[in-house]
Design a binder for this molecule. Sequence first.
Ligand code: UD1
Length: 355
Amino acid sequence: MTQQVHIVGARPNFMKAAPVVAAAHELGDDPYLVHTGQHYDEALSDVFFRQLGLPEPDIDLGVGSGSHATQTAALMTALEDTFLDVDPGKVVVYGDVNSTLAATLVAAKLHIPVAHVEAGLRSFDRTMPEEVNRVVTDALATELYVTSPEGVDHLVAEGVDSNGIHLVGNPMIDTLVRFRDRLDAESVRSRLAVGERFGIVTLHRPANVDDRERAGAIVTALAEVARDVSLVFPVHPRGRTILTSVGLLDVPNLVVTDPLGYLDFMSLVASAALVITDSGGIQEETSILGVPCITVRPNTERPITVTLGTNQLVEPTAITAAARDAAAKPRQPADIPLWDGKAGARIARILGGHE
Ligand code: UD1
């Protein structure tokens, strides 16, 4: 039997898994690492392994892209073979991506316990694929590692056994704490030819970048913001075609780049005047860094970033005004309980039965 089998597949998994896997190694638990290959590009995957010091995966399933059904089915088939082969004592899944869902379904049907890191987040918006993945994963997981108190409330309300719920903090913030002193925006700025005062944009949610009209409204707003402050936009592959077709590349004072690695990206975020995004994790990272975050979504599964952090939710038409306000505000790093750089160690101790 392989005691702990950790599953990663897509970009946001890597910074959450890195501290947990490292802490499990320190405890001598010999974690087995599976990369599903949901993300496979150098810029979405390999660079994160290198920079975060994640060990080479024990196996890379190379599943790749596809529609939700095609991708999830391929992930499940490949993961079932792997689990039958390595006989996990426990499967550890991260976040809310399709690899998380697929591994959970396969493990549950093979009667393998599932530990979910970042359990209990809810946007209450089931048009988001991630929300479907979260609800199903938490219904089947037996160990639920939660980043903030409202996650515990959601799980209890859904009838999850409270003995399995562990409020441990945020392992993604462990990664930020670990690298914070090494962030250096200057070299990235000079490579991208961006001045000292700038904002960063990331948009990749289907609701924003698969719909031409909404994507057009967002690009119009970005053009207005870029009159006041230079913008840098590392574009995720899924949004490139539609965003380009609605004129993103023609916006003056807005630099479009390929996706950036962890250190380049966080270096820019840490010294940005503001961030405009629809990412989940960036709402958390900007809160800890005290950088104003404008989230282009009607809801968030991370409300603590709005109540304690720097985040605000806006519609595309409100981006320009929000950006003006945000750029004028002083920096106010949030102090969120248990987001202290030690969540990975807490999780690994419970995972390995060390407490
Ligand atoms: C996935 C996650 C999302 C997360 C995001 C971060 C799900 C349902 N969504 O979305 O929660 O915020 O990752 O990036 O799991 N592609 C490439 N190269 C790659 C991978 C993908 O070009 O290495 C392109 C392909 O055209 C692919 C598309 O991006 O079809 C979407 O990839 P996919 O893994 O389905 O979802 P993401 O949009 O990346």
